[in-house]
Ligand binder design. Sequence first.
Ligand SMILES: O=[N+]([O-])c1ccc(O[C@@H]2O[C@@H](CO)[C@H](O)[C@H]2O)cc1
Length: 757
Amino acid sequence: MASAYDRVDPLSRARALINAFTLEEKLNNTGSTSPGVPRLGLPAYTWWQEALHGVAQSPGVNFSDSGEFRYATSFPQPILMGAAFDDDLIKDVAIVISTEARAFSNADRAGLDFWTPNINPFKDSRWGRGQETPGEDPVHLASYVHALIEGLQGSPDDKYKRVIATCKHFVAYDIENWNGNFRYQVDAQVSQRDLVEYYMPPFESCARDSNVGAFMCSYNALNGVPTCADPWLLQTVLREHWNWTAEEQWVTSDCDAVQNVFLPHEYGKTREEAAALSLKAGTDINCGTYYQEHLPAAYDQGLINTTDLDTALIRQYSSLVRLGYFDGMAVPYRNLTWNDVSTPHAQQLAYKAAVEGITLLKNDGTLPLKIQNSTKIALIGDWANATDQLLGNYDGIPPYYHSPLYAAQQTGATVNFAGYPGGQGDPTTDNWLHIWEAAKKSDVIVYAGGIDNSVEAEGMDRVSIAWTGAQLDVIGQLATYGKPVIVLQMGGGQIDSSPLVNNPNISALIWGGYPGQDGGVALFDIIQGKAAPAGRLPTTQYPADYISQIPMTDMTLRPNATTGSPGRTYMWYTGKPIYEFGYGLHYTNFTASFANSSSFSSTYSISDLTSNCTESYKDRCSFKTFDIDVKNTGSVTSDYVTLGFLAGTHGPAPHPHKRLVAYQRLHNLTGGVTQTASLNLTLNSLARIDDMGNKVLYPGDYALLIDTQPLATVNFTLTGEPNILDEWPQPPAARSQPKDYFVGGYGSTYEDQVPVE
Ligand SMILES: O=[N+]([O-])c1ccc(O[C@@H]2O[C@@H](CO)[C@H](O)[C@H]2O)cc1
């Protein structure tokens, strides 16, 4: 444990630095590109680095064209790593990312803060950026992000942070462009209950429980107030309620989100006022140049003062002190070099992360497939020779792209390749003949398709969650040849695979997400049984017509007879999913039973549970650790993800079908062997959220279910009076500003919205 003396003193060092700035120098250093203060020897610093699944191309990261630092390890997209349900893996991945980031920084090729992770829950399959997130479940995201931040930043007690992570986009951001609703203009209408229950937990985990270094406010408004200009959100909730008060913790805006406070949100009568409102609300850095351009006039008009500037600047520069930016070789990470990038360990981990996430959805027994030198494989589809597609967005430059074609060729089999350039997965007219030809001369057919960044992307939500007709047509015909057909459903958002599920001539279906630099090898190792699949779907796979039943702008989760909403996520959806959240097949079978059931009680008293709790945040107190014996009853060695769901009638109706409360991935269970998973349930696991957003323990019936089709269940009851574990700070009653100083209303471009002079 570091003593107070050992720790750098970020506050006094940053304060001394900022005290030496002139007013102009302070105003100059408020954007994502800080010019520094040459007069003082303070160099320029770029705050904007990305590292979603590896050090990524972004304004502050500079890959070399040749020689050293021309690539970095590229892990799978978070949506696939989420499917691994393995927090230890996530921490290991994050350690590699922060190590490589430090090596880049030492070579003057990157800064030390990274604008990752994206942890807005992926609640609507159409969302173009859902691929950047670990999935739809808030408890899963909260747990995943805790592990990730530890790996990126190191322990909060460390003298120097490895790098700074940035939890984004705070909050309720999950639309790109749906029916003319642009991400820059959306005003998300969210009840306090839904906010605390669904949209906030990952951010609470970042701020309150993981000590993350930075936050990013989002483009959207929340209940009338743009998030970057919302003091309730950035001060009352983030800094006060979650005690995110270390001097070195700062908030950046999303890029040009402060400009969006003015237009299209129309919050603030002038550009200067919008900038001033944002700074005073607690947005310390503006991504872009809007602060640098408009804060000087805001200062002249008395809308901000030097204390406002100092607060933001001290936060920024304290964070650089905590990173050891000013401490030369005293910082241990300074020794990291190009030799620490893309090491054998990092490459192996990228492969492992892909294997762990890949999810088997259908298998008639064809898999695992015995591939021999004499085997002839037809490899078809626009993902068959995927390179860039493997990475998804926010990518860097990987050391290699191991496509499915590359991997198939490594097996020694004859590969009859009929791929074609990526797109929407539609085979073009020119491809038909060689598709049929490749298939006819092969023993087994592998089709690699689905979706990619041409239809799901930043700025682009999907307009369909069905497979394209052309792909279904190809696969349908391939299935008539009497040969095994294995379909790889690629991409981040789920697509309705029911035509493939229902076709008995389709042997197997595998979801592969965006599997990263070694994705093809991971897929083929699973196909041939060199690795066993144990990923679980991190999102619900809905039927294709789901999107006609609910607009993307509907932020509610519960089904609603008035609006016609069928409900969102596995917790509330009233229809029948094609594949449910948590679904995933194996090459073996498992049983599960509670190992410590003799320690269970059928009844627990709420007053006992709460009075024994000494944590400052009562929801953190442990309820009980449930040990689950998991036995591999088959013969194939396999991982197993132990998912614990809570169901039952406790708290306000309606009740969710069930909700994930804990999970643990067990590794390498050989046939006949039992391992024990430990699921630690806290009081937070038991709590429900009331209409005001309070976390409450309610009397009632509870059932802990192990796995989606439960392999084991335990029931218990809570008795006594409801108890508020965490009282939610209410937003001020009047949150909307008058908007009568604009004409033009919400247009599709900013230019047609004109302030009234
Ligand atoms: O102007 N640009 O080049 C530009 C690029 C990306 C961009 O998106 C935003 O920037 C990312 C910053 O981390 C946020 O996650 C995303 O919402 C916003 C603007």
